[in-house]
Design a protein. Structure first.
Length: 261
């Protein structure tokens, strides 16, 4: 915060706006007032007003000293404010980000997904989604431990981020399951993306471990339809994922009404 000159009214009784002392203090005995705007790099965060109740005298505190004092106070308040802003941003990230992979978490994805479905309906734009799970994670956890499984999930997150567009929203639902929202993408284009992800090689120490099954991605996809709810689009992609693996899967998505924001 930069030190600034303090605006000062030596005798508010002589100001044109009569009655300012009454409005601030309820008395006409206030002789001096000064004002400092507290500013930080993000903008003004407040003000400090200093009032003097006695008439000015030779022993009155110099203006430069008052400017310095209030600037120091303003700096301390600014630092405190920045600390609170940093804490608020950290809490926001904790609420919206998966701690292990640093992708979006389930809650944030569902909030954004409902928004994307509303946008697709309003503007009649294509929207698709991918459901992904990691084949081989359980065997890796059982053989090499959960720490190695965590490293695999982080490697998958990096591979997905590198393979998809910045406009695509990638999230970890939990365990070995990931989901991707593909704005401006129809089912045919989503199928191409799904095939690309299935062919991804996930490099890591697990590739050289004997006795482990292959580590690869299973991917299902679906496109939003006007007659479908947002949950049904996700369910269709989920069914497509497990159909490719020859199995059934239970409903893992709540309805919009059942999702507690």
């Amino acid at each position: 915060m930069a030190c600034q000159e303090v605006p000062m009214a030596e005798d508010v009784r002589q100001r044109r706006r009569r009655g300012i002392g009454d409005r601030v203090t309820g008395s006409r005995r206030m002789f001096m007032a000064c004002l400092l705007v507290l500013g930080v790099s993000l903008g003004a965060v407040g003000t400090i007003v200093v009032l003097r109740w006695q008439a000015p005298s030779a022993a009155m505190v110099p203006r430069w000293w008052l400017t310095l004092l209030l600037s120091v106070v303003g700096l301390l308040i600014g630092i405190s404010t920045l600390g609170m802003l940093w804490t608020a941003e950290r809490l926001r990230r904790l609420a919206t980000t998966d701690e292990l992979t640093h992708l979006a978490n389930r809650r944030y994805f569902l909030e954004r997904w409902y928004h994307e479905c509303d946008r697709a309906a309003r503007y009649r734009r294509p929207l698709s989604c991918l459901m992904i799970d990691v084949r081989g994670l359980k065997g890796l956890n059982d053989t090499l431990g959960h720490r190695m499984g965590d490293l695999l999930l982080q490697a998958v997150a990096r591979a997905l981020t590198a393979s998809l567009r910045r406009s695509d929203l990638i999230a970890r639902l939990g365990g070995d399951e990931f989901v991707v929202a593909l704005p401006e993408t129809d089912r045919a284009a989503a199928a191409v993306v799904a095939e690309k992800l299935r062919a991804l090689a996930i490099p890591g120490p697990w590739a050289q471990q004997p006795g482990l099954g292959p580590v690869a991605l299973s991917v299902g996809h679906s496109q939003w339809q006007a007659s479908w709810t947002p949950e049904e689009v996700l369910q269709q992609a989920d069914h497509d994922l497990y159909a490719t693996r020859g199995g059934a899967h239970e409903n893992i998505f709540p309805t919009r009404e059942g999702f507690a924001v």
